[in-house]
Ligand binder design. Structure first.
Ligand code: 17E
Ligand code: FE2
Length: 422
């Protein structure tokens, strides 16, 4: 048998021994400690490097990427000023502008191994300009990246004129999921209604739910519990994601533990966004300054599925970023105190298998015989080293096809003692 491709001496996450991996017709067909009796049209000796399934960006705003500084930079660094700047930029959005920026950023993500992306799209725009553009992008990038779009009411469902109808229109146009923003509605009651409306639409259109929820340091912002209750009442277990949930880091512990158990029993996923959370939260504090990222480690210990998003790449909320989910994972490791050896292994799951569960793509995700041959070759031998170095993604494959390659940077110190490569 001559396979299409064989990877030799591959390290898989959490496995002890190296394996050879054979790929045929776009799928993994054999994974075995030794395929030395088999050959292939192309063979790559990965020499003990880590092979992982593609990274997943479970939360980003592709309509806003690469707009930083236009019309102005965020000087307070708050979420609120970010929303204000975005509302000034929104009237100037054009179909072409949104498409060009989104496509550029998707290329950055793909180059670095992220092949599944869930993007929120602001629908508080009577013309739905960004949504129409991103619906086209979703189709145009299919050969390199799978994109899910969430109808996201940035200015509120109840607090924005015609908000309910715009959400409905977004779903009719083909949005994949229903979003929400309860903590930003004018009142607590309106926030509760924001969540109920998202679930009602989800039921009507048979869609999953992913709301921005409790993205604030206000310890009294308690809408994640409403999402969990609606999930249970509607029988939507496994189909719901609460994004950000930064208030959870400010809740009283007694309440936080009650909530985390409720989320676990409702099988609600939580997505944290380390770049934006650490930059946007804590802005009304002096010292000590809250970190503002949700309780990732404790949620995992309670049995809640947690994944990560990049959230922003050069936009009114976060001016920096390069679309690298491995860098996001490294930051989460620092911010969430997940530096124990086993915890470092878990951090890799946040941008791989846990993300796959959020996006509900598990049937076609992972390195196993029969699954589509989508994977990355990292220039590191383990999760530990990958999170230490944030190394190059040497090869990026989707369905057996190589779609990106990167040459690692090499440094040489010209003294007489060391040659250091990184
Ligand atoms: N909008 C929002 O409400 N929160 C965010 N973190 C971003 C946009 C990036
Ligand atoms: Fe977000």
């Amino acid at each position: 048998m001559v396979y299409d491709l064989i990877l030799r001496r591959a390290q898989l996450h959490r496995q002890e021994h190296l394996v050879d991996i054979a790929i045929q017709d776009g799928r993994f067909v054999r994974i075995s400690p030794d395929l030395s009796d088999a050959s292939a049209t192309r063979e790559i000796d990965v020499a003990g490097r880590l092979i992982v399934p593609p990274f997943i960006d479970a939360h980003v705003h592709l309509d806003a990427v690469l707009t930083v500084g236009k019309p102005r930079y965020n000087s307070t660094g708050t979420l609120l000023e970010g929303i204000q700047i975005w509302s000034e930029r929104k009237p100037d959005l054009t179909h072409k502008d949104v498409k060009q920026r989104a496509l550029e950023e998707i290329r950055w993500e793909v180059a670095q191994g992220t092949l599944f992306i869930r993007s929120h799209v602001d629908v508080c725009d009577p013309k739905l300009t960004a949504l129409r553009a991103l619906l086209e992008v979703r189709e145009e990038v299919r050969d390199i990246c799978e994109l899910q779009l969430v109808a996201f009411p940035q200015d509120g469902i109840l607090s924005f004129p015609n908000g309910r109808e715009l959400m409905r229109q977004a779903l009719e146009l083909g949005c994949d999921l229903v979003g929400g923003i309860p903590h930003y509605e004018w009142t607590r009651d309106m926030g509760v209604e924001d969540v109920h409306y998202a679930f009602a639409l989800a039921k009507e259109f048979n869609r999953d739910v992913d709301c921005h929820c409790d993205e604030t340091d206000d310890p009294l912002s308690r809408f994640t519990e409403v999402m969990a209750a609606d999930t249970l009442q509607q029988g939507w277990q496994g189909r719901v994601t609460a994004s950000h949930c930064t208030a959870m880091s400010s809740y009283d512990n007694a309440y936080a533990f009650k909530l985390m158990r409720l989320l676990a029993s409702a099988q609600v996923n939580v997505v944290a966004n380390p770049f934006d959370n650490i930059v946007l939260q804590g802005r009304f504090d002096t010292y000590p300054k809250r970190r503002g990222i949700t309780r990732v480690k404790e949620l995992l210990a309670t049995g809640v599925n947690v994944a990560l998003g990049h959230d922003s790449i050069m936009d009114p909320w976060f001016p920096l970023g390069r679309g690298d989910m491995l860098a996001a994972a490294q930051l989460a490791l620092f911010l969430c105190h997940m530096s124990g050896y086993d915890e470092i292994q878990d951090v890799l799951d946040l941008i791989t298998s846990n993300g796959a569960r959020v996006l509900r793509i598990e049937d076609r995700y992972g390195i196993a015989e029969g699954k589509p041959a989508s994977f990355l070759v990292l220039d590191a031998p383990s999760a530990f080293e990958a999170l230490r170095l944030v190394p190059a993604r040497l090869h990026v494959f989707k369905d057996g096809r190589e779609i990106a390659t990167t040459q690692p940077a090499r440094s040489t110190v010209k003294g007489n003692l060391v040659t250091f490569t990184a």
